[in-house]
Ligand binder design. Structure first.
Ligand code: NAD
Length: 499
């Protein structure tokens, strides 16, 4: 049995007495176990981070950026191996696993140019003989707590920006697929980051709580499900930390009567079923506007869904692979049953899907519901599986209202040829990321990623300038160099103004 260890300076030396199983989702078998760390493991990592961070912060930004360049080159060199490792624990197909890593690398590319955005502001002569300038300084020690569904990209969203801005970073990846984060930390060391600048501690709630309460950790970035995001946000903020906590999603795709339906069906197939629906930017709800649009869309969707190929994650021809573990498979299948019980029309049923030779794998066939309504819990909650729901809307106003009133507000898409409708929709919809004829509107790395409502707690997004703001604090200096004359002492007791 392969053991997956922490990456802590001085050796893993985990004190774990509890372990988590890491499955091969293709076969359903346990392939490794990961020690669930304790406060003592975290304390060792924090001590190493505290020792390393001041020197790293004092290293000039260009030299830090060079480590990012080296890291990018190393990850690219190891892309195939990383993608296979990722796929073997997560279950997403290899091409998609490469996309996972590539989207993270794009944040690292942003970090290669970070010295440019770390420059402060300066005002000469803000008052008589007075200059004002500001600088961005690292928080110190930051931590990241990440979900299973993007074990490459999401850690890189966080540690790329945190490290490039001069912080030490402790990553607590998902215990379900922890091997790629470990490899990334090893590659960061190889790239030239000093020991202690990127460490990985494994664990579950116990480790998360230790991170939330640790007095030396100044900022925490979390991505995962909403209830836990909210918990992390509240407890971290109560402990005086800066916290950003991204949560779940239920993204809607609005299909206007003028949309190109063939294009929509192609886009929806990938966005709803790619990665078995285990993406926070998946599109699990489609909202055709008008009965005719709905009927036409449904007629085209059914054969497209039936043509999807579900296969093992190493099958180059598979559209998607298994879900991450048996518990999640059960959960998704329970949601399908709930949808049936609540009165939605089950058009294509993916339950009971079996892949020949891989009968124990965690596969779920693509599933389509029609006539889903907003009062159903299967609509209100995130399913996070290969399940697409059609919610019919009579008009544009309803189509704007549905995603706007949903508890989640991560992403949304509108498919139309009408520029005015798209513009109105983008301006009015109460959701953080909008696609116009783009089914998965994940912003590029130099913009920033973040949802609204219960999809994100806190006030900064991931990566781009928002990430830089999160991982740094602003210091503002007001300076005067007296010229030898005596100032106006009478004013010393009055709040200084520049008047
Ligand atoms: P999860 O909430 O189960 O786990 C996320 C992290 O929290 C993991 O590191 C886990 O170890 C930790 N954790 C789990 N239970 C905990 C508890 N009780 N107390 C403290 N920490 C705990 O999420 P997941 O299943 O790994 O990932 C899927 C979820 O993440 C989905 O809801 C998805 O929408 C969401 N997600 C959101 C985004 C986004 O940017 N908004 C991106 C990716 C995934």
């Amino acid at each position: 049995m392969r053991d997956i260890d922490h990456v802590i300076v001085g050796g893993a030396g985990g004190s774990a007495t509890r372990f988590g199983d890491v499955f091969d989702p293709n076969t359903g078998k346990v392939q490794a176990r990961v020690g669930l760390g304790t406060q003592a493991d975290l304390d060792r990592a924090v001590a190493a981070a505290e020792a390393a961070q001041p020197g790293w912060a004092a290293t000039n930004p260009q030299r830090r950026a060079r480590v990012m360049f080296n890291f990018k080159a190393l990850v690219e060199k190891n892309m195939d191996a990383l993608a296979h490792l990722l796929s073997s624990e997560h279950g997403k197909v290899i091409a998609d696993a490469k996309g996972d890593i590539q989207r993270g690398l794009e944040v690292i590319e942003f970090c290669c140019g970070i010295p440019h955005v770390l420059k402060g502001e300066y005002t000469q002569g803000a008052g008589p003989g007075i200059d004002v300038y500001s600088m961005r300084q690292p928080i110190g020690i930051g931590a990241g707590i990440t979900p299973f569904n993007f074990p490459g990209m999401i850690p890189m969203w966080m540690f790329g920006v945190a490290i490039a801005t001069g912080n030490a970073f402790i990553l607590k990846p998902s215990e379900r697929d922890p091997s790629v984060p470990v490899r990334l930390a090893e590659l960061m060391l190889e790239a030239g980051a000093p020991e202690g600048i990127l460490q990985v501690v494994h664990g579950d709630k116990e480790m998360v709580d230790a991170i939330l309460d640790h007095p030396s950790i100044g900022a925490i970035s979390f991505v995962g499900s909403s209830d836990i995001a909210h918990y992390v946000y509240q407890r971290g903020v109560a402990a005086g930390k800066r916290v950003q906590a991204m949560g779940g999603a239920k993204n809607h795709g609005i299909v206007m009567p003028d949309a190109d339906l063939d294009q929509v069906v192609a886009d929806l197939s990938g966005a709803a079923f790619g990665s078995a629906g285990e993406r926070c930017m998946a599109l699990p709800v489609v909202v055709p506007v008008g009965e005719k649009t709905a009927d036409n869309l449904r007629a085209k969707l059914i054969p497209a869904i039936e043509a999807l190929r579900v296969g093992v994650s190493t099958d180059d021809d598979a559209h998607y692979g298994p879900v991450v573990n048996a518990a999640h498979k059960q959960r998704v299948e329970n949601w399908i049953q709930t949808g049936v019980d609540e009165g939605a029309e089950l058009v294509v049923d993916g339950r009971g899907f079996q892949l020949q030779g891989h009968e124990e794998g965690f596969f779920i066939g693509p599933t389509l519901f029609d006539r889903v309504t907003t009062d159903m819990s299967a609509y209100k909650e995130e399913i996070f599986g290969p399940v697409l729901q059609i919610v019919r809307a009579p008009d544009f106003e309803t189509a704007v209202r549905l995603p706007s009133e949903h508890q989640y507000g991560n992403g949304v898409a509108i498919f139309t040829r009408n520029g005015h409708a798209a513009r109105e929709f983008a301006a009015r919809v109460n959701v953080g990321m909008v696609g116009i004829n783009v089914p998965i509107p994940v912003p590029v790395a130099y913009h920033s990623f973040g949802g609204w409502k219960r999809s994100a707690f806190g006030d900064t997004n991931q990566h781009g300038m928002e990430g830089v703001k999160f991982w740094t604090k602003v210091k503002t200096i007001t300076q005067r160099w007296p010229d030898g004359g005596v100032g106006d002492g009478a004013n010393a007791f009055v709040i200084p103004t520049m008047g």
